[in-house]
Design a protein around this ligand. Structure first.
Ligand code: DQA
Length: 154
C-alpha cells in the first residue's frame, strides 16, 4: 500500500513526447496553454481537493516507464502518453504492471484525427480515459483519478 494511502493522496501528472512544446506546437490542435501553465492549473486544483501533485515530462519511452514504476509509491497517475499511446507496448505493460490507478488524457479528440491515432494500446489498461476536452482534460483527469483513489479506499 502506498505510504500516503491513509492521508493526503499524491498523484503523478506525467506527460510524454512533444508535450514540452505545448503552447507553441500546433496551437490549432493543442491550444496556446504551456505545459508549465497546465502543471500549475493541476497543482492548484490538487491543493483545493487535498491532493499533492508531482509533475514530470519526458520525450523518452524508458524514462516514462521509470516514472510509472516510481508511481507504485504514489496513489494515482494522470498520463498523457502522447504518440506512445498508439504503439508503445512497453508503456502499456508498465501501466499494467503497477496497481496505481491511471487515467489517460489526450488534449485533442484523437478519434476525429488521422486513423493511426484511433489505435490506443494503453487505453485497455487504464482506469479512465479523457480525450478532446483540450487542456481542461488534465483537470478532469485529476478529478477522475481521485474518484478512483477514493473508490479503492472505501
Ligand atoms: C496527444 C494525441 C497524440 O496523438 C499526439 O501524438 C500527441 C498529443 C493529445 O494530447 O491530443 O502528442 O496525446
Amino acid at each position: 500500500m502506498p505510504e500516503s494511502a491513509s492521508s493526503r493522496p499524491t498523484v503523478l501528472l506525467l506527460n510524454g513526447p512533444n508535450l514540452n512544446l505545448l503552447g507553441e506546437r500546433d496551437p490549432a490542435q493543442y491550444g496556446a496553454t504551456t505545459l508549465a501553465d497546465v502543471e500549475k492549473r493541476v497543482t492548484d486544483l490538487g491543493a483545493k481537493l487535498g491532493v499533492s501533485v508531482e509533475c514530470a515530462q519526458s520525450n523518452h519511452e524508458g524514462v516514462l516507464v521509470d516514472h510509472i514504476h516510481r508511481a507504485r509509491l504514489l496513489d494515482g497517475i494522470v498520463l498523457n502518453p502522447g504518440a506512445f499511446a498508439h504503439y508503445s507496448i512497453a508503456l502499456r505493460d508498465a501501466i499494467d504492471a503497477v496497481d496505481t490507478p491511471c487515467v489517460e488524457v489526450h488534449i485533442s479528440n484523437v478519434y476525429a484525427r488521422e486513423p493511426f491515432r484511433h489505435t490506443s494500446v494503453t487505453a485497455p489498461v487504464v482506469q479512465g480515459y479523457i480525450a478532446g476536452c483540450g487542456v481542461a482534460g488534465y483537470e478532469l483527469g485529476l478529478r477522475a483519478v481521485l474518484h478512483r483513489i477514493e473508490e479503492a479506499r472505501s
